[in-house]
Design a protein around this ligand. Structure first.
Ligand code: AVI
Length: 318
């Protein structure tokens, strides 16, 4: 980036706040404070996905382990604290290379160091990058088997078009013989869903509001956090929880030297969290050149793990 050129964050903020429905991509939640708040959300009693997926992955990892050949590489998208990775690595010690990819430089470095210390036979090669943009990695060239890993239902934070682009790009990165294990949250009881994004302790509210604090810190913003409220609502037509920040009064906030007016009740749309059915996720995967090889579903709160294979690889086996 040249001096005087806007960072991607600044450019996206200025563009997003200029739309009729103000919006900001959820990837901007994850600065150091936001990553810590997300870890705290995962410990709230209402936020079931982490606990449910963790229990499910113990079973999935045991089922997959016999098929993980020696020297295999594990590539994790949006690795965060790399906690769920351990479930895979513990069950399948034949992985030799772990490539965590995350946008949060601090969280990535700390997690990579912890994994390297805990698994001395594993080469850990972290990549600090925005995994929503296409990546090419020479490091994967020598690995006989590559498994992608994208837990947490982060795929639900993409729009359907973004999810399709991401899955297509992952296909190109992981190669023609890869498999791809993805955690996917499923449609369920609406009270359970709403509570998960409106926890009583207000951790999700703090996580949402932190994006205003981040604009204040990094883009010389003057948002007053006490003049905005966290809102998380279910959108039945689009099968998603939407998070917004609602302006509690008419006000103007300045960011990076640009003023933005908010009407009372107007919202900044900060996140979508799509909830799938087995059929809707399968259709998405197929549209991006993958086939579902297997899938597992939790019987507590419906949550699924899908194992994908490139469609071309399946066709070649026929
Ligand atoms: C990371 N992602 C899958 C979380 C979700 O459930 O959509 C982020 C989150 N937003 C609010 N709570 C958790």
């Amino acid at each position: 980036m040249l001096d005087g050129e806007a960072s991607p964050f600044e450019a996206d903020v200025l563009e997003g706040l200029s739309r009729p429905q103000k919006a900001l991509a959820p990837k901007y939640f994850y600065d150091e404070a936001g990553s810590a708040l997300f870890e705290a959300i995962c410990r709230t009693p209402e936020y079931y996905p982490t606990r449910v997926e963790t229990a499910l992955l113990v079973k999935v990892a045991a089922d997959l382990a016999p098929d993980i050949g020696s020297g295999a590489a594990l590539v994790e998208f949006g690795s965060g604290a790399s906690e769920k990775t351990r479930l895979i690595l513990d069950a399948a010690p034949s992985f030799r290379l772990y490539v965590p990819i995350d946008i949060s430089v601090e969280a990535l470095a700390a997690a990579a160091a912890r994994i390297a210390a805990a698994y001395p036979n594993l080469r850990v090669a972290p990549i600090a990058a925005d995994f929503t943009r296409p990546l090419r990695q020479a490091i994967l060239t020598g690995a006989p088997t590559v498994m992608g890993f994208f837990p947490g239902s982060t795929i639900g934070n993409f729009t359907p078009a973004e999810a399709q682009r991401f899955l297509t790009a992952a296909h190109a990165l992981l190669g023609p013989c890869a498999s791809f294990l993805i955690g996917v949250d499923l449609v369920k009881d609406l009270d359970v869903l709403r509570a998960a994004y409106n926890d009583a302790a207000g951790v999700t509210a703090a996580f949402n509001l932190n994006v205003l604090a981040r604009m204040n810190r990094e883009l010389c913003g003057d948002f007053r956090l006490d003049r905005f409220a966290h809102r998380a609502i279910w959108n039945p037509g689009l099968s998603r929880i939407e998070m917004h920040l609602e302006s509690l009064e008419a006000q103007t906030a300045t960011v990076a030297g640009h003023p933005f007016h908010f009407r009372r009740g107007e919202t900044l749309h900060t996140e979508n969290s799509h909830k799938f059915t087995a059929a809707s996720f399968t259709a998405l995967a197929v549209s991006a050149g993958w086939r579902v090889k297997a899938h597992w579903t939790s019987d507590v709160q419906p949550f699924a793990a899908f194992l994908l294979q490139p469609a071309a690889a399946v066709d070649a086996q026929r």
